[in-house]
Structure formats: structure tokens, C-alpha cells
Write a protein that binds this ligand. Structure first.
Ligand SMILES: *Cc1c(COP(=O)(O)O)cnc(C)c1O
Length: 382
């Protein structure tokens, strides 16, 4: 007799995980993929050749564990970040998602809480609850900024152990003024994580929260090589903070978490950073053109300091998303319910997006009245 198929509900899974959905940006194979904020430019033949050579060299020692503390990579990352940072102030892991998870493991946990201002990156609450930490959803304003007075009030009311600030924010693209971040670092009783995954795409002159690190040992700034560095497949994220924060993370990280090959690929990419970051200027120009084009079509578009643009508002965003997909263009249904997000692609990909959008707009009514990003709209999006 064949046994009855087992479902999740049959297993003794943790009560707080019952009924939850996993992170799930669709991975659909279409010609124009503009849905996960990747850099559309693949590595150059020169970089590919350097990577292949380095794999050849490192392969001969794969019987050994990697450098457990990834010191050479962390040194390279510190040099890239500047701000006088030393190797003991920088930490790296498999994507900034793993960095965030380690932060939660060290500073969150059972009986503790984390606060973020939504709409924001959906992985923040998923990672938070994944380590049995309570998630407190704070809110953003109509323009997706964070009101300092209300944010301080929320911090004082809830006394969270961790505060998440995403700047530039995903999915809205909006950056936070440094003064707002500084005020919240002062107000927070625990750790403050500024997720700067998109920092390199910010408009010229936008300051990094890295400049606030001196004298603020409870501040952590996270970055990633997945976006500007065009290395999403490598899985390397990192942070800068006080050396004591790095000591805390050593208590929870798995030994040898960053493979020899990962450390090597990240270092080779950093050595080629002029080339990789060279695509950032092109993407920023393409982004600004995209914002202007969408506004020219009568759409509402959030200011963007990232490599994506959130736009709306649509009575039926699903219909627009599907119309684009039918034309081979995959964007993301994320954020408040009347909005969509498009990642910035190559010039050709953006032309395909505009062409598909022109068709989609002909069939879909656009809402032009103000409002629509209030709390009620955000139910159920994260
Ligand atoms: C893409 C993204 C990350 C990065 O994730 P990785 O794990 O480094 O690939 C982190 N934070 C935000 C807000 C993001 O959008």
C-alpha cells in the first residue's frame, strides 16, 4: 500500500511557523527579467577569465576548510568601504540575508522584538520571525518617507531590541536623510540596522550611514555584492559596525560559513570593481529616464535612489503585471496593492518594458487621485 502523502501540517513544525508562506519572487524564464533588482550586465570576459583562473588555483586545496574568519575578503571590503574602517569592523556572509539572520540570532531571539517601517523589504520580518523574534510593523508616510516624530514615538512605545531602516528602501526606492537615521539611532534602546543594499545607486551626494559609525556601537550598516556589484549568484553580503558587534556574530555563525570559492569570487570581483561599478552610472541614468517616462504617462512614481522604480497606481495591478508578462517582460507585484516595481535593466530591456507598458496602459485604468499608500492598503502584502 502506498503511504498517504505527508503535508506540512502532519509534521511537528514549530507553532509559530504554521501557516506561513516562504519568500517567493517568481523565477520565470522570460526574455526580459526585471523583477529581482539584479544588475543586468553579466561579468566581462576578462573577469570571467580571472574567476576561472582563481577557481583552478583554489580547487587544488578544496580538501581543506576555508579561512573561517574570511580575513582577506573582509580586509578588501573594508578598503572598498573607506571611512577609515578596519578589518575587525567588517563582517561577511552568504548574502546580506545571512548577515541579517546572524544579527537577529545574536541580538534578537525568543522574548525579543524587531521594528521596521513598512512597506519595506519583506525578508526583514521573515528573518525576524524565523528566529522566534516578534515583528513590529511600523509605518511610512504617503511619500514613503519615515516621519522622525512618529518613528521615535513607535520606538518609545515598543522598545524594540532591533530597529530596521532600509535606505534606499525596497520596494519604494526612497532614501532616508542622514539626520533621520541619526535621530533614530539616538532614540533606539537596542541595535539599529541600516540596510544599504542599494547604496551605490543613490543619487550623487547621498551620505551613507557609515559616517555615523564612530561613537555609535549599536549601529550596523549592511551592504551586499548582489546588486551594484552584479554578483547576485555569488551570495556575498557584508556589514560594518563596531568590532564588538563582529565578536557577537562570531558566537552564532556556523563555522566555515563562507566557502573558499565564495571568498575567492568576491575578492576577484572586488579587484574588478571599476568595471562592475561602471555599470551603476548607466543604470542610474536609465532609472532617471524610466521615472521621467512613467511620469510622462500620467503615472505616480516614487522617487528612486535604487536600481528599481515603484509606480502606480492601478485599480488592477495584477492585470498590468500579466499584460507585461504576456509580452515577455517580468516585473514584480510588490508593495502597496495599487503599485508595481520594475528593476532597471539594459537599454534594450527598458525599451521592451516601455513598449509593453504602452500596450498595457491602453487596457488598464490608472488612478490619479492622491492617496493609496496608507496603512490599510498594506494589509497582507508582507
Ligand atoms: C536584495 C536585498 C538584499 C540583499 O540580499 P542578498 O542576500 O545580499 O542577496 C538585502 N536587503 C534588501 C533591502 C534587498 O533588497
Amino acid at each position: 500500500m502506498t503511504p498517504r502523502p505527508v503535508t506540512l501540517g502532519d509534521l511537528p513544525i514549530r507553532d509559530d511557523l504554521r501557516g506561513r508562506s516562504p519568500y517567493g519572487a517568481p523565477q520565470i524564464d522570460v526574455p526580459v527579467r526585471l523583477n529581482t533588482n539584479e544588475n543586468p550586465y553579466p561579468p566581462s570576459p576578462a573577469l570571467v577569465a580571472d574567476l576561472a583562473g582563481a577557481v583552478g588555483r583554489d580547487a587544488a586545496s578544496l580538501n581543506r576548510y576555508p579561512d573561517r574568519d574570511a580575513l582577506a575578503l573582509r580586509g578588501d571590503l573594508a578598503a572598498y568601504l573607506g571611512h577609515g574602517l578596519a578589518v575587525d569592523q567588517v563582517w561577511a556572509a552568504n548574502g546580506s540575508n545571512e548577515v541579517l539572520q546572524q544579527i537577529l540570532q545574536a541580538f534578537g531571539g525568543h522574548g525579543r522584538s524587531a521594528l521596521g517601517f513598512e512597506p519595506s523589504y519583506s525578508m526583514h520580518p521573515i528573518i525576524t520571525t524565523g528566529v522566534s523574534t516578534r515583528w513590529i510593523p511600523g509605518s511610512r508616510e504617503e511619500d514613503f518617507g519615515v516621519d522622525p516624530g512618529k518613528a521615535v514615538a513607535a520606538i518609545e512605545e515598543h522598545r524594540p531590541d532591533i530597529v530596521f531602516l532600509t535606505s534606499p528602501n525596497n520596494p519604494t526606492g526612497t532614501a532616508l536623510p542622514l539626520g533621520v537615521i541619526e535621530g533614530l539611532v539616538q532614540a533606539a534602546p537596542g541595535m539599529v540596522v541600516v540596510d544599504e543594499a542599494y547604496f551605490e545607486f543613490a543619487r550623487t551626494g547621498t551620505p551613507s550611514a557609515l559616517s555615523l559609525l564612530p561613537g555609535n556601537p549599536r549601529l550596523i550598516v549592511t551592504r551586499t555584492m548582489s546588486k551594484a556589484f552584479a554578483m547576485a549568484g555569488t551570495r556575498v553580503g557584508y556589514l560594518a559596525a563596531d568590532p564588538a558587534v563582529v565578536e557577537a556574530l562570531l558566537l552564532v555563525r556556523l563555522p566555515y560559513h563562507l566557502s573558499t570559492l565564495t571568498q575567492m569570487a568576491a575578492r576577484v570581483a572586488l579587484a574588478h570593481r571599476a568595471e562592475l561599478l561602471g555599470t551603476v552610472d548607466r543604470l542610474r541614468a536609465e532609472r532617471d529616464d524610466c521615472v521621467a517616462w512613467l511620469r510622462g504617462r500620467g503615472l505616480t512614481v516614487a522617487d528612486s535612489d535604487a536600481n528599481f522604480v515603484m509606480f502606480g497606481r492601478f485599480a488592477d495591478r495584477r492585470a498590468v503585471w500579466e499584460a507585461l508578462l504576456a509580452r515577455g517582460v517580468l516585473i514584480r507585484e510588490v508593495g502597496p496593492p495599487e503599485w508595481l516595481r520594475v528593476s532597471i535593466g539594459t537599454t534594450g530591456e527598458m525599451a521592451a518594458f516601455r513598449e509593453a507598458m504602452t500596450d498595457a496602459l491602453a487596457a488598464s485604468p490608472v488612478i490619479t487621485t492622491p492617496g493609496g499608500s496608507g496603512r490599510d492598503d498594506l494589509e497582507g502584502i508582507l
